[in-house]
Design a binder for this molecule. Structure first.
Ligand SMILES: Cc1cc2nc3c(=O)[nH]c(=O)nc-3n(C[C@H](O)[C@H](O)[C@H](O)COP(=O)(O)O)c2cc1C
Length: 180
């Protein structure tokens, strides 16, 4: 029925942009929607990274990265970043993505992102064609005024939930509260 695309029923999913530092010292950007928080103590976030991506090679050579939460307005850019490899293109220069220094890691965050996790590779699990990188969160940056302790204020901002292909969804800002 799904021609092997079994995971489609677990989409749409929040998308992050991984910024990594590559073997030649250059920075690379890759969107990833197969991401999830893992543990609270230590604080960790995992991302499934295909071993054929350049990002995989970059994360193998340099263990620090940033995971950036872009706004929904970046959907075009996200799709473009996921359509070419950093092996061929300096994506930040090519797509005009501005980067800003991080506080805890020597890899910058994406300017204009709503939030960024500054992370270090903590564990790596090989699963088929993918490496599941479990990152320890070393620092968190949040754009002023867009989030509180409950997360983003979706009346003010929205995030790209990746459906399939070029389709992205927004979060409906009206919560459905479960009964007590
Ligand atoms: C919205 C979106 C989400 C993606 N999610 C993932 C993902 O979670 N894991 C993955 O390995 N590739 C994912 N990809 C594909 C990579 O981003 C793509 O292969 C990219 O070109 C790799 O770049 P690199 O070779 O410069 O690392 C996604 C692509 C898009 C557009």
């Amino acid at each position: 029925m799904y021609e092997g695309k079994f995971y489609r029923l677990l989409h749409p999913r929040p998308t992050v942009i991984i910024v990594s530092r590559c073997p030649d010292g250059r920075l690379n950007l890759m969107p990833a929607s197969w991401n999830t928080p893992v543990s609270e103590e230590p604080p960790t976030v995992a991302v499934a990274v295909d071993k054929e991506t350049y990002t995989y090679q970059c994360l193998k050579s340099h263990r620090y990265a940033t995971l950036n939460v872009p706004p929904i307005e970046a959907a075009d850019l996200i799709y473009k970043l996921g359509s070419v490899s950093g092996r061929e293109v300096d994506k930040a220069a090519h797509f005009g993505v501005r980067l800003e220094p991080s506080e805890k890691v020597d890899v910058p965050r994406v300017a204009g992102a709503l939030a960024a996790y500054e992370v270090e590779v903590y564990k790596e699990v090989e699963v088929g064609e993918v490496a599941l990188f479990v990152f320890k969160v070393l620092g968190i940056w949040v754009a002023p005024g867009v989030a509180d302790q409950w997360g983003f204020d979706f009346k003010k901002v929205n995030i790209p939930l990746h459906g399939a292909g070029r389709a992205f969804y927004r979060v409906d800002p009206r919560p459905v509260f479960a009964k007590k």
